[in-house]
Design a binder for this molecule. Structure first.
Ligand code: DOR
Ligand code: ZN
Length: 434
């Protein structure tokens, strides 16, 4: 593989410099990059005006394979990820069969490796079949070729307190983390959207904020008791921010994520009963959105994770009550973060790198992703045009599904190219190999 010389791109939006990539790493920067012998026959990339960040890492992706290859595959999801600036994604286990054994997580891991556009790290289910009845073989998944470190029953909550305690205890042995989908099931029976003024007006059964907050509070206490590691998936309410802030203050080992859609959209979107806006947890109020943005800026919320949830049209384009919850996210996440966090001054580019690359890599136990843009580091990078904008079209996305809630919106910032170990995986809107 030839070396790549990126000329004049600005790491973290700071001083522009040259970057020489070879052998999967950044071998030289600045003046040393162009005088290096390897630069002589390098491919030259014009980085003028572009920002370079460490490749993005998504801790929460649904790739749907095995089982729902009509909605997404590891290949199509990997292409969407590379186009979105990601170099690593964690794949949720709510597949068919469930990723609750060494065999299934190894299958997903190998599929990801064979596609080669992004590193795919399977998340293992906490309970067998995600049924919430007995623990899955966590250690077998941890010691498998996929080396699973993150476990989740996402889509469903590990609502049984004893099972949650046991899971937290179990993963301590291999420094694993339990990623909880916080949703008290009895409080959300039949829920269709956020419980509040809009749900009352529309006559839809509400999903109260307390159903999320109560589980997070309980799990923080359990985590304290056990001395283990908890990660809270898609935190969506102002009250949840308060619960996590208080837990962190007293030393709980808890991290939290927010999705791009919860940073931008509110429950008012449900007014037209368009199921593209149905998601779990649901879109909340403007006050919740403001609290989530501030918490991400303050570090109470650690990361942005997409919860990329492709659904086939027959499951999504149906009446609201029967539509599957979930939204595409991989190709729009960076632009939504630019719009909601960077442009209003809540985060700078270093902050974007922290919440979309460094912190998710650390939580997921990755050592080769989320690293600094510096000599000797893995050449996992994304080049961004911060001045470009684009109009979202679900049909034009690489995903096999088209359920984007941002359809028709003009969003700022474009991914120009993504590099995985020095190899270009996407450029100018086209994934490598297509
Ligand atoms: O909206 C959601 N969709 N929330 C989840 O927790 C699961 C996900 C899915 O798998 O579609
Ligand atoms: Zn979830």
């Amino acid at each position: 593989m030839t070396a790549v010389l990126i000329r004049g791109a600005a790491p973290y939006g700071e001083e522009p410099l040259d970057l020489l990539l070879s052998g999967g790493v950044i071998v030289a920067t600045g003046a040393a990059a162009s005088t290096d012998p390897l630069a002589a026959d390098a491919e030259i990339v014009d980085g003028a005006g572009l920002v370079v960040l460490p490749g993005l890492v998504d801790l929460h992706t649904h790739l749907r394979e095995p089982g729902r290859e009509d909605a997404e595959t590891v290949a199509s999801g990997s292409a969407a990820a590379a186009l979105g600036g990601y170099t690593a994604v964690f794949a949720m286990p709510n597949t068919d069969p469930t990723a609750d054994t060494a065999g299934v997580v190894e299958q997903v891991f190998r599929l990801g490796r064979d596609v080669g556009l992004v590193d795919v790290f399977p998340i293992g289910a906490v309970t067998v079949g995600r049924k919430g009845e007995r623990l899955a073989e966590l250690a077998a998944m941890a010691t498998s070729a996929a080396r699973v470190r993150v476990f989740s029953d996402d889509g469903d909550c590990v609502s049984d307190a004893l099972l949650m305690r046991r899971a937290l205890e179990y993963v301590k042995a291999f420094d694993g983390v339990i990623a909880q989908h916080a949703q008290e099931p009895r409080l959300t029976q039949g829920a269709q959207m956020h419980e509040g003024e809009v749900s009352a007006r529309l006559g839809l059964t509400g999903w109260p904020a307390v159903a999320e907050e109560a589980i997070i509070a309980r799990d923080c206490l359990l985590t304290d008791h056990v001395g283990s590691r908890l990660h809270v998936c898609h935190l969506s309410t102002a009250g949840s921010v308060e619960v996590v802030a208080a837990a962190k203050k007293r030393g709980t080992i808890v991290t939290a994520e927010v999705t791009p859609h919860h940073l931008l959209l509110t429950d008012e979107r449900a007014v037209g009963y368009d199921p593209v806006f149905k998601v779990n947890p649901p879109l909340r109020t403007a006050a919740d959105v403001a609290a989530l943005r501030q918490a991400l800026a303050d570090g109470v919320i650690d990361i942005v994770a997409t919860d990329h949830a492709p659904h086939a049209s027959q499951d999504k384009e149906t009446e609201w009550d029967n539509a599957s919850p979930g939204m595409l996210g991989l190709q729009t996440a960076l632009s939504v973060v630019i719009a909601t966090m960077l442009q209003p001054g809540l985060l700078d580019w270093r902050g974007v790198a922290r919440v979309m690359s460094e912190a998710p890599a650390r939580i997921g136990g990755l050592t080769d992703h989320g690293r600094p843009v510096a000599v000797g580091e893995p050449a996992n990078l994304v080049l961004i045009d911060p001045t470009a904008s684009w109009t979202v079209s679900g049909d034009a996305l690489a995903s096999l599904s088209s359920n984007t809630p941002f359809e028709g919106m003009e969003l700022p910032g474009r991914v120009v190219a993504t590099y995985l170990r020095g190899r270009c995986t996407a450029a100018a809107g086209v994934p490598a190999g297509s």
